[in-house]
Design a protein around this ligand. Structure first.
Ligand code: RTP
Length: 148
């Protein structure tokens, strides 16, 4: 099964959206493998967003991510990287469909509530960065009811 890294950004935590977001991933049929509330420093945030270091919004993005605790999670399931991005919605909430997390809860691109890995390869790197201790191995008993 595939895994993805999902982070509820500081605005999502401050606005009390943690339960709502976890619930959406659970109800879809994905399994939680790792979960922690964590504050990161700028060196860590820069590492997570290293691919965006040349972007004009990079410094603001790092300031945003270090502005409060975030919820770091690993979710497991079939196609979870792609489906996770669909659940999250487009990067800019102005383009995110209603029913997606950003479409329902965000307005500004710089306060878009949640991050999700954009490929299996970046998920692997992000999980290694955020969960060096590893994640919990278990198998949901619901699997036969989720997958054919
Ligand atoms: P994320 O990595 O957070 O899941 O977002 P994403 O793949 O949908 O978007 P990406 O292009 O990787 O950008 C990362 C985050 O940077 C902020 N951003 N600000 N001001 C801007 O033009 C701008 N563009 C991107 C957003 O918070 C975006 O999620």
């Amino acid at each position: 099964m595939e895994q993805t890294f999902i982070m509820i950004k500081p605005d999502g935590v401050q606005r009390g959206l943690v339960g709502e977001i976890i619930s959406r991933f659970e109800k879809k049929g994905f399994s939680l493998r790792g979960l922690k509330l964590i504050s990161v420093d700028s060196a860590f945030a820069e590492k997570h967003y290293a691919d965006l270091s040349a972007k004009p919004f990079f410094n603001g993005l790092v300031e945003y991510i270090i502005s409060g605790p975030v919820v770091a999670m690993v979710w497991d399931g079939k196609n979870v990287v792609k489906i996770g991005r669909t659940i999250i919605g487009a990067t800019n909430p102005a383009d995110s469909a209603p029913g997606t997390i950003r479409g329902d809860f965000a307005v500004d691109i710089g306060r878009n509530v949640i991050h999700g890995s954009d490929s299996v390869e970046s998920a692997r790197k992000e999980i290694a960065l955020w969960f060096p201790e590893g994640v919990t191995e278990w198998q949901s008993s619901l699997r036969p009811w989720i997958y054919e």
